[in-house]
Design a protein around this ligand. Structure first.
Ligand SMILES: CC(C)(COP(=O)(O)OP(=O)(O)OC[C@H]1O[C@@H](n2cnc3c(N)ncnc32)[C@H](O)[C@@H]1OP(=O)(O)O)[C@@H](O)C(=O)NCCC(=O)NCCS
Length: 141
């Protein structure tokens, strides 16, 4: 039985923190972590909306633990709530220390995305039952 702590949502992206992404103190720059979270949240929101999406706000951004060079960063996402044209995506970033060490949550936040049309105007999020048959919201890719 695994004693690993539990993350909320689906593992959406995974990458390695590299030396180029450090701040002057040698830890990973917070802006890099936020951009990884934004990328993953955008994948989650785009899958649900099946159209272009843009980030409109970030709430409750919490930096819990530092990220270090060599950590694997995994970003977990799920659709928290859906408005008319917007969606809140819950995002948690976790690290596997030094690729093989223990696993812990480093950040979390709620990202709001808006579905937009070709002209960049907000558009309604389709109901799940109106999505084309080929769309599988449970697909990892
Ligand atoms: C997203 C954008 C198209 C919305 O335009 P808008 O004229 O405010 O559109 P609407 O008034 O129709 O609002 C759309 C939805 O966004 C929500 N919203 C708009 N601005 C918001 C803000 N600052 N914070 C939270 N929610 C916001 C509205 O509540 C609405 O939600 P709902 O339809 O689910 O009720 C526009 O603000 C935009 O293009 N922003 C830039 C996005 C971007 O470039 N992001 C990348 C970051 S660099």
């Amino acid at each position: 039985m695994s004693s690993e702590p539990e993350s909320k949502g689906r593992l959406t992206t995974r990458t390695v923190a590299m030396p180029a992404d450090t701040n002057p103190a040698g830890d990973i720059f917070g802006g890099w972590v936020v951009s990884q979270m934004d990328l993953a949240a955008g994948i989650c929101a785009g899958q649900r909306a099946q159209t272009r999406v843009v980030t409109v706000s970030i709430d409750g951004m919490s930096f819990i633990r530092p990220v270090k060079v060599g950590d694997i960063l995994g970003v977990y996402t799920y659709v928290e709530s859906i408005g008319r044209t917007s969606m809140n995506i819950h995002v948690e970033a976790w690290v596997r220390r030094g690729r093989i060490g223990h696993r812990e949550k480093v950040t979390e936040a709620s990202f709001k995305f808006v579905a937009i049309d070709d002209d960049g105007k907000s558009m309604p999020i389709p109901a799940e039952e109106d999505l084309p048959d080929y769309v599988d919201l449970n697909s990892d890719f």
